[in-house]
Design a protein around this ligand. Structure first.
Ligand SMILES: NC(=O)c1ccc[n+]([C@@H]2O[C@H](COP(=O)([O-])OP(=O)(O)OC[C@H]3O[C@@H](n4cnc5c(N)ncnc54)[C@H](OP(=O)(O)O)[C@@H]3O)[C@@H](O)[C@H]2O)c1
Length: 255
């Protein structure tokens, strides 16, 4: 399917690993000029070189870094047609053991990070009457569990944000949608698995237990999320805005 994306430009936060990296590869492969942003400068530079994309080193939990990233990406690309908000990470744990700092870290990076970046790039999109934003959210936004409330509260708020902004932006032909991955095979999910191994359980047993909870019996691959993101930001989906697509192996049927 020709997505007609060649010649567009995209900023992808968290583009040096996992889902963000898969999105960067996918869009670059479609002929989109891409800029990726993350913290680790060595990994970012190596990724950017291998994909032949631009990069901005930034800690997107900080408001000033978000603004600088939007500015530098715009300078490098000329304009930002597509924003994929993907940089996120949250420390989970038993409710009584998770202190305010873990919530604030998670909210600053993912919730405020996505909101701030959207606010930074949207004026240009409005002026051009064209823009496409995808927020990578997460199934826990709708179906939380007690051991990951730091992340799920961000996700729930981001669904609200996406829904709340969509009609306002629609009047300027700017579309904003969410993709909610379930357990997706990335560094982050591997870290989470290791941190949640039950006493006496091996890593392999923990892996098998996680898989057993997924009806399709497979971890989602980052490329599946990237494929959906590419489709959503293309004109093939020109009428789609204010929507959430869940890709989770059937864990939470949402029809
Ligand atoms: N994997 C899953 O199972 C899953 C499920 C549901 C939702 N999600 C969501 O999908 C998104 C991506 O997850 P992932 O699994 O692909 O994560 P990942 O493999 O850990 O990659 C995270 C990316 O974000 C960057 N990043 C992290 N903290 C940052 C910060 N403070 N400032 C700038 N960049 C930062 C990382 O680079 P640096 O570390 O170098 O900064 C990396 O490029 C997240 O929002 C996550 O909540 C993932």
């Amino acid at each position: 399917m020709d997505l007609g994306l060649a010649g567009k430009t995209a900023l992808i936060t968290g583009g040096s690993a996992g889902i963000g990296l898969a999105c960067a590869k996918m869009l670059a492969g479609e002929g989109v000029a891409v800029a990726i942003a993350a913290r680790d400068p060595a990994r970012l530079a190596a990724t950017a070189a291998s994909l032949r994309v631009h990069f901005v080193t930034a800690d997107l939990s900080k408001a000033e870094d978000v603004l600088r990233t939007a500015h530098e990406a715009e300078q490098a690309l000329g304009r930002i047609d597509i924003l994929i908000n993907c940089a996120g990470s949250a420390m989970g744990g038993p409710f009584l053991e998770v202190a305010d700092a873990a919530y604030l870290d998670a909210w600053n990076l993912k919730l405020l990070g996505y909101i701030r970046m959207t606010r930074a790039v949207v004026p240009g999109m409005i002026a051009r009457r064209d823009g496409r934003i995808v927020n990578i959210v997460g199934g826990a936004g709708r179906y939380p569990n007690a051991s990951f409330l730091t992340g799920s509260t961000s996700n729930a708020a981001l669904l609200n944000f996406t829904r709340g902004l969509s009609k306002e932006l629609a009047s300027y032909n700017v579309r904003i949608n969410a993709i909610s991955p379930g357990s997706t095979e990335t560094e982050r999910s591997e870290r989470q698995l290791k941190s949640r191994i039950a006493p006496g359980q091996t890593l392999e047993e923990a892996r098998a237990a996680r898989l057993a909870q997924i009806p399709l019996q497979r971890m989602t691959q980052p490329e599946e999320i990237a494929s959906m993101a590419a489709l959503i930001v293309s004109d093939r989906m020109a009428s789609m805005t204010g929507a959430e697509v869940l890709i989770d192996g059937g864990v939470m049927p949402s029809v």
